[in-house]
Write a protein that binds this ligand. Structure first.
Ligand code: ATP
Ligand code: MG
Length: 647
């Protein structure tokens, strides 16, 4: 895809926590002596009873189990708060940047956060919440979201966060699935200058889901919302009455920590369950090493707490490490495409972690919105969520980071709890578009369709052959689905569902979902490769590529293309794009059809929903399936109306 290599900058190599030699040595040890390695790493957490057992997992059907540190006892909120009080009680834990740039940010210290969490934990207890109970959170990006998460962990309740953009239907489904009796929400949310009627949505969901007995409402915007006597309570009132003293509940390492429903880009959402000990260790270790987090840094993960990225890299990883974590209420491009960089300048952010979809949207508006800002505080940049096109990578590196900041392109999943294949900034020479190498303890392999392991440079299906501490433990309420979904395809391994290429230097390149791999005249091609070539063209902002049945080639290539602001679709441009892809990749990748579109169907977490694009390309528009998790279902009508006829 890209032959450029970006060596580790000299200043980074010199000061690295993990340099190339250490990575090689520690990685080898993490596989050869997993028990020694992981019991040592586990000491970074504060245990009530330290574990003597490490990995007891088994991926075979007969003895199937995922289990780590099973004799250890700890509490997550104590690790994220109490243990920091002595050394850094007055350090800022959370910087909150509100949606409106004219509103004032908030700075919350570890001591303040600790007090608020203890009070809310007591309030939850007073409402009857017990260890093991599920609590649904439907919240905007406000500090109280972190308070609610940590308060649940303090008393051993299992939180299930539902992204604030989901409809009452979707919310009700998730409440019912985990049988949650209590919902924590806000009057309204506020994103990009628009308000979101959260409380109204919860009221509607409560009508659909009979399990809801209690609703706690945070005053975020002060909007007038109806409150039902005996069922609905104001967060502020409960906090005002609550005691600030709440002992952390001792939890077994294997006790459930949270449920998070996957975004549903490949099917019905699954309630992914994470554990207390293994997950927290994975969150903490990856956060420190991948972002090179150092004392005094201001770190910003620009995700929403409704996604796993927000769980692990806004809340649990940073707070376990005593970091200052920035939480942003709004969206990257409001009120202008400079906003994200203005926030960086305002708070002197050192590490920024965001998604390729956000970068492509900003890149499309031109460089001036970036160059108008300072950004000199930035030391490291990260991405997650989808393969990043080399073009977007270079823009991030050169324009945003001015060539100074390593980029960590981190591959992982809701199911993995944290980063799995990722550069370490002081150790890894980067190739734009590659997530590079496995993190400690992660053993990836590539297999062909029959499960045969492919060695050396190869392309196939990505599997992980042994457990790691942050691995999900089950699908809530459906352990068999957990086994069937991930462990039955290639017996004895965890199947990621992703396609992947390993180059001659051992770098891993995620090529997209396995479903999205196209087979043109017997030649396997990842959709990411063709998309990257298209995005490289100066007129193209974003592209999505899918296969469709083709009489001669078996499968043909259908490309959906969104142009940069100011560009106009034309047949001529279509021809030059075809020629461009032929030149970039080769004639085998010649698109058979190109459809210009003002937008692509995306999930609410910003991922392109190729399942729908495939149906449209096939002309099978009567069965587009579930489109309810789309951010904007109306783009589908435009796509159907402007489908390129029989290509
Ligand atoms: P669902 O599982 O419900 O269909 P989802 O897979 O989109 O939703 P996530 O767990 O958030 O939900 O996403 C994980 C997927 O995102 C990975 O399997 C991979 O396809 C993609 N991904 C994440 N990070 C990267 C990356 N750095 N490079 C390439 N792909 C990535
Ligand atoms: Mg997935």
């Amino acid at each position: 895809m890209s032959d450029d290599i970006y060596p580790v900058p000299e200043t980074w190599a010199k000061t690295a926590r993990i340099d190339a030699a250490t990575y090689a040595k520690d990685y080898a040890r993490s596989l050869s002596d997993p028990t020694g390695y992981w019991l040592e790493q586990a000491q970074r957490l504060d245990w009530m009873t330290a574990p003597t057992l490490a990995d007891e997992s088994d991926f075979t059907e007969e003895k199937f189990a995922v289990r780590w540190f099973a004799d250890g006892v700890l509490n997550v909120s104590a690790n994220c708060l109490d243990r920091h009080l002595e050394a850094r009680g007055d350090q800022v834990a959370i910087i909150w940047e509100p949606d409106a740039p004219t509103a004032s940010p908030r700075h919350i210290t570890y001591r303040e956060l600790h007090a608020e969490v203890c009070k809310f934990a007591n309030a939850l207890k007073a409402k009857g919440v017990r260890k093991g109970d599920r609590v649904t959170l439907y919240l905007p990006m406000i500090p109280e979201a972190a308070v609610a998460m940590l308060a649940c962990t303090r008393i051993g309740a299992v939180h299930s966060i539902v992204f604030g953009g989901f409809s009452p239907d979707a919310l009700a489904g998730r409440i019912t699935d985990c049988d949650s009796r209590i919902v924590i929400t806000a009057d309204e949310g506020c994103r990009g200058g628009k308000s979101v009627a959260l409380k109204t949505n919860v009221d509607a969901a409560a009508k659909l889901s009979s399990s809801v007995e209690t609703i706690i409402v945070i005053k975020a915007t002060g909007a007038d919302v109806p409150m039902t006597e005996g069922r609905d309570f104001w967060y502020g009132d409960l906090i005002a009455e609550a005691d600030a003293d709440c002992a952390p509940e001792p939890m077994n390492a294997e006790d459930p920590l949270f449920i998070l429903y996957t975004s549903g880009s490949t099917g019905k959402p699954k309630g992914v369950l994470h554990s207390t000990g293994g997950y927290l260790l994975w969150a903490s270790l990856t956060h420190e090493l991948v972002f090179d987090y150092r004392d005094g840094d201001v770190y910003w993960c620009a995700a929403d707490v409704g996604w796993v990225t927000g769980h692990t890299y806004i809340v649990y990883g940073p707070l376990a490490n005593g970091a200052t974590t920035l939480m942003y209420e709004g969206v990257p491009n409001w009120p202008s495409p400079s906003r994200i960089w203005q926030v960086v300048d305002r708070h002197k952010v050192n590490q920024l972690y965001t998604a390729p979809t956000a970068l492509r949207a900003l890149m499309k508006e031109g460089d001036s919105y970036v160059t108008a800002t300072d950004r000199s505080s930035l030391r490291l940049l990260g991405t997650v969520g989808e393969p990043i096109n080399p073009e977007a990578w270079r823009w991030y590196h050169q324009v945003v980071g001015e060539g100074r900041c390593p980029i960590v392109d981190t591959w992982w999943q809701t199911e993995t709890g944290g980063q799995m294949i990722t550069p370490l900034p002081g150790a890894t020479a980067l190739k734009p578009g590659s997530a590079t190498f496995p993190f400690f303890g992660v053993e990836p392999k590539l297999v062909d369709a029959e499960g045969k392991v492919l060695e050396g440079a190869a392309e196939g299906n990505l599997v992980i052959t042994r457990s790691w501490p942050g691995q999900m433990r089950t699908v809530w309420g459906d352990h068999d689905r957990f086994f069937q979904t991930y462990f039955s395809t290639y017996p004895g391994t965890y199947f990621t569902g992703d396609g992947c290429r390993r180059d001659a230097d051992g770098y891993y390149w995620i090529t997209g979902r396995v479903d999205d791999v196209i087979n043109v005249s017997g030649h396997r091609m990842g959709t990411a490769e063709v998309e990257s070539a298209l995005v490289l063209h100066k007129t193209v902002a974003e592209a999505a590529v899918v296969g469709f049945p083709h009489d001669i080639k078996g499968q043909g290539i259908y490309a959906y293309v969104t142009l940069n602001s100011g560009e106009t679709p034309s047949d001529e441009l279509r021809k030059s794009l075809v020629a461009w892809v032929r030149q970039e990749i080769g004639p085998i990748a010649t698109p058979d059809a190109i459809q210009f579109t003002p937008g692509l169907p995306k999930t609410r977490s910003g991922k392109i929903m190729r399942r729908i694009l495939r149906k449209i390309a096939e002309g099978d528009i009567s069965s587009l399936g579930d489109t309810s998790t789309l951010a904007d279902p109306s783009v589908v009508d435009d796509l159907v109306a402007n489908r390129v006829g029989k290509p």
